[in-house]
Design a protein around this ligand. Structure first.
Ligand code: DX5
Ligand code: ZN
Length: 220
């Protein structure tokens, strides 16, 4: 089976000790660091901006996966690329000139990804397949950590995998929201290769390393 990557989402981290939290995730085998950027408009919550990405860049050499939940992301791509993002994803919802923004991400040396909310159909990726290195499938409505996995999204992951295979695309499928030791096998079996996990890692009762271990064990 293809390797499964874990992307620890720092939305659930303790920001009073971000260095230790990221180091623990890295030491325990997190493959990427996932950073949730929210503007209070595209989603109801407000979180982090380029300053946090820049701080993370100095704390780890792991790929920084920046998930933009903001209106008019094209206005901020350069700031996030300059801050040290490796991958930048934008939502298909509410982005009328999405090809241009994906091209902008690539031109700045980052890997472009598109994100689909739970209510957005799989077919919306087909006009974008040539532009993207990954598809981020939301399995909760974006905005908050620790929400419940929406099971109706599982068949959509399978559908996206079929579209990607049909077009001979090597884009990775990443899944985000409500992933824990119970739900991870559902998304991996459906075709996900990159698994975002926030609360099941950073809020695990036995600590970050145990959280990551539980996720890894649940897929083997
Ligand atoms: C939700 C964010 C997620 C969030 C996931 O809008 O995009 O990345 O951190 O948190 P959990 O893993 O707790 O559902
Ligand atoms: Zn996210």
């Amino acid at each position: 089976m293809n390797e499964i990557y874990l992307a620890a989402s720092i939305l659930s981290a303790d920001f009073t000790c971000l260095r230790e939290q990221i180091q623990s995730a890295e030491n325990a085998g997190s493959d990427w660091i996932h950073i949730d950027v929210m503007d209070g408009h595209f989603v109801p919550n407000i979180t982090m901006g380029p300053i946090i990405v820049e701080a993370c860049r100095r704390l780890t050499t792991l790929p920084l996966d920046v998930h933009l939940m903001i209106e008019q992301p094209e206005r901020h791509i350069e700031s996030f690329a300059n801050a040290g993002a490796d991958l930048i994803s934008i939502h298909v919802e509410g982005n009328p000139n999405i090809h241009r923004t994906l091209q902008q991400i690539r031109a700045l040396g980052c890997k472009p990804g598109v994100v689909l909310n739970p209510g957005t159909p799989a077919i919306s990726i087909t006009p974008l397949i040539r532009q993207i290195d990954y598809v981020l499938v939301m399995t909760v409505n974006p905005g908050f950590a620790a929400q419940k996995y929406i099971t109706e999204v599982t068949p959509k992951i399978v559908e996206i995998k079929e579209f990607l295979d049909h077009y001979h695309s090597h884009a990775l499928i990443e899944v985000d929201g409500g992933i824990n030791a119970e739900t991870i096998s559902l998304v991996v079996n459906a075709g996900a290769r990159v698994i975002v996990a926030g609360s099941s890692i950073f809020s695990h009762p036995k600590g970050i390393a145990e959280g990551i271990k539980a996720l890894r064990q649940a897929i083997h």
